[in-house]
Ligand binder design. Structure first.
Ligand code: NAP
Length: 304
């Protein structure tokens, strides 16, 4: 796979995608995003492809919002099996799919495209990936937790909120910087899934009250991605009885994880969600269980 440049351009998918067909092995899977150079998905997915002896590779393609519709249409003619989608495409891509999974419809976003019989199928593995990560990190399934989701109406936050509702977590509280978005999502979930959920303001007072009735706190805001980012949670609210999961995986230890550690709370960062959502994507493309430990080893190596 040494002849693959770090990032391809959306235009490379035009025609029959000759550039991708000429690679050794040919590229037939990709991640679309903008920016995309930082993505950890290619090493993780390529390790899985090698392990299973699939003669193809997974590459990064920089696709801008304007280029997205054509890039998705070109997947089929360029001989791709599918693609992963990341910021900023997860919501916009929804309307270009021929078919959507029920979860993707409810989550209002897709992170996985599978090309089947020339048609585009959209899925969302962020919610199920988070669920697997919670079970693995804390030994307790998502459906047993009373959950508070910070940034619950963002892209990942919405997927996680819907996942909690689908699994029947005993209670879910969401808080969103733009509270109206949180209120709207909460109403939608009550209407479509008949699930009790509340939306609260992102203030110290409201969060302080909420902390008394939840055991799992999930950060789905990007706070923590950049060095020096503050925690999304005010100081002094966590106790040793809380569990904290930060979906952020790009930096070192986030301010939220530091808060959790100093409060004596068990906590975990977002690498396990990245791993499990990727393993579920691989299973959708190949119809077989992904080599999870091989993928995990690559992510662990990248983290060091
Ligand atoms: P997004 O759609 O842009 O949503 C961002 C959310 O965070 C929104 O709720 C937004 O509130 C809120 N927010 C943004 N800046 C904030 C701030 N300064 N203070 C408080 N809230 C703030 O982004 P996304 O795609 O959901 O990604 C969010 C995070 O999830 C990122 O860190 C990403 O790395 C992580 N993620 C991790 C995985 C994984 O596999 N581990 C997978 C997907 C996403 P408003 O609605 O008010 O703007």
């Amino acid at each position: 796979m040494s002849n693959a440049p770090e990032v391809f351009a959306s235009q490379d998918l035009t025609g029959v995608g000759e550039i991708f067909r000429k690679l050794n092995p040919p590229a037939r899977l990709a991640v679309f995003g903008d920016p995309i150079a930082h993505s950890a998905s290619p090493p993780m997915h390529n390790a899985a492809l090698r392990e299973r002896n699939h003669q193809l590779q997974y590459v990064r393609i920089r696709v801008t919002p304007e280029e997205l519709p054509q890039a998705l249409r070109n997947l089929t003619s360029a001989g791709f099996l599918g693609a992963s989608l990341t910021i900023p495409h997860k919501q916009a891509a929804l309307s270009f799919m021929d078919q959507l999974s029920r979860e993707a419809q409810l989550m209002g976003a897709i992170n996985t495209v599978a090309v089947r019989d020339g048609k585009l199928f959209g899925f969302n593995t962020d919610g199920p990936g988070l669920s697997a990560a919670i079970h693995e990190s804390f030994g307790i399934p998502l459906k047993k937790h009373r959950v508070l989701i910070l940034g619950g109406a963002g892209g990942a936050g919405r997927a996680i909120t819907v996942q909690c509702a689908l699994e029947g977590s005993p209670s879910v509280i969401i808080t969103n910087r733009n509270k109206e978005k949180g209120d709207l999502l909460s109403q939608e979930i009550q209407e479509y899934l008949d699930f009790p959920i509340s939306s609260i303001p992102m203030t110290t007072e409201s969060l302080g009250l909420a902390m008394k009735s939840v055991d799992l706190i999930i950060n789905a805001t990007p706070l923590g991605m950049k060095a020096g980012d503050p925690s999304p949670l005010p100081e002094g609210l966590l106790t040793r009885d809380h569990l904290v999961y930060d979906t952020v995986y790009s930096g070192g230890e986030t301010a939220l994880l530091k808060q959790a550690r100093s409060a004596g709370a068990r906590c975990a960062g977002g690498f396990s969600m990245l791993l499990h959502q990727g393993a579920l994507q691989n299973a959708l493309w190949f119809g077989e269980t992904a080599p999870l430990e091989t993928m995990r080893k690559v992510l662990n190596d990248l983290r060091r």
